[in-house]
Design a protein around this ligand. Structure first.
Ligand code: AMP
Length: 113
């Protein structure tokens, strides 16, 4: 997508701090971290949100979850624990319309769930 900020990051038109990447997914540090560790995991392919995941076969979604665990390991929070959040749509406060998973950790997290 031409005007998607995360697509621009994936194409390296906008700089980012990459934590992990492979042929299908990348993980970058959030520019405004809400916890000591705050990493965004996203597919290289543009999906507007989790709501479009039906376009994928099940194997790809499973790979995304395995990649997310690898990101937690790379970010140093796999043992201490971490939270994975996906905002979908306006009521969830989704700001960027490119599917991404927040990986938060590095301290004891408060919050809703
Ligand atoms: P969401 O509200 O779930 O759409 O989350 C979007 C996230 O993207 C927010 O936590 C922002 O801080 C983050 N963000 C926006 N622009 C950038 C950027 N250029 N690099 C890294 N993170 C970004």
């Amino acid at each position: 997508m031409d005007d998607c900020i995360f697509c621009k990051i994936i194409r390296e038109e906008i700089p980012s701090q990459r934590v992990l990447e492979d042929g299908e997914f990348i993980a970058i540090r959030d520019i405004a971290p809400k916890a000591p560790v705050h990493v965004l995991v996203m597919p290289r392919e543009h999906l507007a949100s989790l709501d479009e995941i039906g376009r994928w076969d099940g194997g790809r979604a499973e790979k995304l979850l395995h990649f997310t665990v690898a990101v937690a390991e790379a970010a140093g929070v796999r043992e201490s624990g971490y939270r994975v959040i996906i905002n979908v749509g306006p009521d969830a406060g989704q700001e960027v319309d490119h599917l991404h998973l927040h990986v938060l950790g590095g301290e004891r997290l408060g919050g809703l769930a």
